[in-house]
Design a binder for this molecule. Structure first.
Ligand SMILES: C[S@@+](CC[C@H](N)C(=O)[O-])C[C@H]1O[C@@H](n2cnc3c(N)ncnc32)[C@H](O)[C@@H]1O
Length: 229
């Protein structure tokens, strides 16, 4: 038995996440199984939580999005929540670097009956985004950024090329346990996140904000931006 070394705050945040999910998040068998299969395949448990997945589903529904782009698939857990928000006539493209993750995700999409709706592009997301721009990919209505944080500043200009007025951008992990306020950090993830947050604030085509989040995965945050032109 492993010793529980979590802090009282962390235990409370985890229990509140569990309580909120139990109270409001409907159990969706194919999405729960996707998470179980990702764990069984040995993928790292760095997926969003169920209440956040439901939040993304609701944001997709509220924005009326019909085309969603995700950067960072892992086992397809967040992908399936957003696909649920899209309805049957929506399309989702998700980008993943690792074949092991992509294989688990594709099997999860298949089991959920979402394989026609979700296109997974394997490879470094910077390459996939550049290829999509070169291919004349239509703009997306909703974009969820949840991949390597050091590249967030490099993703943003490409994301902007795949956006139009009204596109909603959500980016995960922009607080990093508060490390994001450390101006002298030498950590690539922190430097990338700080630069990205600044770029969101400075881009004249974006209206942006960010919220801190505590939960089962600790203290972090989500950034939100609306493409205005
Ligand atoms: C935090 S996980 C995504 C979690 C997922 N969105 C969820 O909540 O279920 C980040 C993912 O980004 C992928 N990734 C990291 N660097 C990448 C890159 N350069 N291009 C594409 N994907 C990348 C990782 O392999 C990992 O699967």
């Amino acid at each position: 038995m492993t010793e529980d070394t979590s802090t009282p705050s962390q235990r409370l945040w985890t229990e509140v996440d569990q309580y909120l999910s139990a109270a409001m998040v409907p159990p969706v068998a194919a999405i729960e199984q996707a998470l179980a299969d990702a764990e069984a395949a040995g993928l790292p448990p760095i997926n969003i939580e169920a209440n956040q997945g439901r939040f993304l589903e609701l944001l997709v529904r509220m924005s009326g999005a019909k085309r969603v782009l995700e950067i960072g698939t892992l086992g397809g857990y967040s992908t399936l929540w957003m696909a649920r928000g899209l309805g049957e006539d929506g399309q989702l493209v998700t980008l993943e670097l690792e074949k092991a993750c992509a294989d688990v995700a594709q099997a999860n999409f298949q089991r959920a009956g979402a394989q026609e709706q979700i296109q997974l592009r394997l490879g470094p997301a910077l390459d996939s985004l550049q290829a999509m721009i070169a291919e004349g990919e239509a703009p997306f209505d909703f974009i969820f950024l949840d991949a390597d944080k050091e590249n967030y500043p490099n993703y943003l200009p490409l994301i902007m090329q795949l956006s139009q007025a009204g596109t909603v951008l959500v980016a995960d992990n922009v607080v990093r346990g508060g490390q994001v306020i450390d101006q002298s950090s030498t950590e690539a993830n922190v430097i990338g996140t700080r630069r990205f947050n600044q770029m969101l604030g400075e881009n004249p085509r974006l209206d942006a904000t960010a919220l801190q989040v505590v939960g089962a995965k600790g203290h972090d945050g989500l950034a939100f931006a609306l493409v205005t032109a």
